[in-house]
Design a protein around this ligand. Sequence first.
Ligand code: ZN
Length: 179
Amino acid sequence: MHCPFCRHADSRVVDSRTSDDGSSIRRRRQCPQCSRRFTTVETASLSVVKRSGATEPFSREKIVNGVRKACQGRPVSEDDLALLAQRVEELIRSTGSAELDAYEIGLTILGPLRDLDEVAYLRFASVYQAFDSLDDFEAAITVLRAEHEGSAAPEAAAPPTAAAGDVGPGEPSEPSPAR
Ligand SMILES: [Zn+2]
């Protein structure tokens, strides 16, 4: 790996440390030319399988772009969106999967988005889960209300099964069977 300071073509590892949860390794490196030190982080690559069958690397930017529209006009900052994407990545990595389909990523977005902004969540869920009637909205709102009342509602506001789809609004999938 080349030096980020002087671009020297090589560097040597002076220390390696595994993160507490074992999901990454940090390496402290030193450049033999300018002697400056820098850190690299090594994690398993995460792949997303698209509906077409093609795979692409997981991207936080795509998560942000996928929810940005749902957050329009809401008190949600770019920092909030970046944090949301980080949480989604952490949730996905915590499952231990190295590869998952875009639909699963959409489901993973729902929880953190609900915590961030409920209106944005309803917008995203309505497109993502293809709400097609007032009943669907009512059911989703009922779940939110139940949580407000403190009754530990199950995490399963999301439909148990559905066809794989691409992340984000604009690519609706099967109507939610969770009525
Ligand atoms: Zn250097």
